[in-house]
Design a protein around this ligand. Sequence first.
Ligand SMILES: [Zn+2]
Length: 140
Amino acid sequence: MSEQRVPCVAGLFSETDGKAVVHGSRCTSCNTPYFPKTSHCHNPGCDESNVEDYDFGGKGVLWSYSVADFPPPPPHKYDEPFKPYVIGVVDLDAGLRMVGQMIDPLEAVQIGAQVELVIDTLYHEDGKAHTSWKFKQLQN
Ligand SMILES: [Zn+2]
């Protein structure tokens, strides 16, 4: 029996047939991407706010990263014992710059690497795997 997977926060992301996306918005007037969703465009140079739902996913490039060396405070949850992890800042090919935990260990992470958005386990609770979006480096 495979483990039941549930999103850590409902409505932010989904996975269909192994394809992961985060649910955001894009202004069709000025093309500015948003995640999470927004009700109107925040670009001061945009004359006409026309915001539509937009799913961001696929590949991108690791722009920068930081390392979480200590456990995050509540309400964040994690599996014991805490293991340090890498938080990446990624420029998705779809134009969105976003933050996400890296699956790869620190010694493997390289700025400029091609990465892919994935859904992966964040922590376990009540016999379920609670998931979030993460980034995974692709082999060159
Ligand atoms: Zn706009």
